[in-house]
Design a protein around this ligand. Structure first.
Ligand SMILES: C[S@@+](CC[C@H](N)C(=O)[O-])C[C@H]1O[C@@H](n2cnc3c(N)ncnc32)[C@H](O)[C@@H]1O
Length: 331
């Protein structure tokens, strides 16, 4: 069944398709999953109707950091406390489908938020995976949002208190890293037997040296000049390529059920790996196809005779992808 899905992104809920993939067939799971922190509509994984979560509050006016998300102004109530538990249940609803599809010994990289990743880790463990490490993706810079406490007190006319609290802030330290949980599917016998049988489970350190040195579990990557920002949660191609290079060989299959703008597909394509992808939102799906088409054009130009009159290479590859995606959804 994998053949129909290979090197395609399907515009649908991944849960409708993961069960159709072949068992023990996927070499790498690599996904920047929704973090469940209300970053955008697609990231609201709970039933909490608090309008401050993804709603609007007066605190947003003129404050770019809170433009989209609102601010929890109502404090923490029982429904708020359920949010991360609901996130865990949601992660389990599809990680349990992924488990039988992975090869024994294969790697699973799950991007997450510092506040909610622990729930995804429990969901993956409950599905059968074992946690190997939690890596840190160190970003080149971080948007810092801690408010000056003395400034708030000044606005309230509390001048004495403002002096006392000079230099203090409300909020977090600059969030310069994002965690990536690294699991593997348990294997029988020894890791050496497993690598020989399934061709997964070892790390290609030689291909991943950084300035000649062996890599650590802190990964420092930023966006390249050519990378256009398409998605709110887009990840750098070099970061994704690095994880693919570390754990797979050519032609192996990388599964990403939450493709967003298609970064995993592009990275797999750049490294001659195969990919299987899903994206529920039509807008991102279309943008990911556009990105992929341009990448295909860049690497493997389509023969001119395949093109209809006045059709560009870009239109040709995009139409081809959309057609096969529609065919798959109809079956
Ligand atoms: C964190 S973003 C991925 C961003 C991506 N790494 C990139 O570089 O563009 C997660 C994506 O998962 C999609 N998504 C959420 N639930 C989904 C589901 N059930 N099936 C497929 N896609 C889903 C969202 O629409 C969102 O675009």
């Amino acid at each position: 069944m994998n053949k129909k899905y290979l090197n395609k992104i399907i515009n649908d809920d991944c849960k409708n398709h993961i069960p159709k993939l072949d068992n023990n067939s996927i070499d790498l799971f690599l996904s920047d999953i929704p973090y469940g922190i209300n970053l955008d509509e697609w990231d609201v994984i709970h039933k909490n109707t608090n309008s401050a979560l993804l709603g609007k509050s007066p605190a947003q006016n003129g404050k770019s950091g809170f433009k989209k998300r609102g601010k929890p102004i109502n404090g923490w109530n029982q429904a708020d406390k359920q949010i991360t538990k609901e996130y865990q249940d949601w992660c389990y609803s599809w990680s349990s489908l992924v488990f039988p599809k992975m090869k024994e010994g294969s790697s699973v990289f799950v991007f997450g938020a510092r506040r909610t990743l622990h729930r995804a880790i429990v969901a993956f463990e409950n599905s059968g995976f074992l946690l190997r490490d939690v890596l840190a993706w160190k970003k080149p810079s971080a948007h810092h949002r801690a408010q000056r406490f003395s400034g708030i007190l000044e606005k309230r006319g509390l001048h004495e208190e403002a002096k006392k609290w000079e230099g203090w802030r409300l909020g977090n330290l600059a969030p310069i890293y994002e965690p990536i949980a690294w699991f593997f599917k348990p294997y029988k016998h020894t890791i050496t037997d497993n690598v020989l049988k399934n061709e997964v489970g070892a790390m290609n350190i030689e291909a991943c040296k950084i300035n000649g040195s062996s890599p650590t579990n802190i990964l420092e990557f930023g966006f390249e000049k050519h990378e256009k920002k398409i998605h709110e949660a887009q990840k750098p191609e070099k970061l994704i390529e690095y994880l693919i290079k570390l754990t797979t060989i050519k032609n192996q299959i990388v599964l990403d059920p939450f493709m967003g703008s298609g970064t995993t597909a592009i990275s797999a394509q750049n490294l001659n790996r195969q990919f299987i992808g899903f994206e529920i939102m039509e807008d991102y799906y279309k943008k990911s196809l556009e990105r992929l088409s341009l990448n295909i054009d860049f690497q493997r130009p389509v023969k001119q005779k395949s093109l209809k009159q006045n059709q560009t290479l870009f239109e040709f590859t995009k139409n081809k992808q959309e057609k096969s995606s529609k065919q798959l959804l109809a079956t």
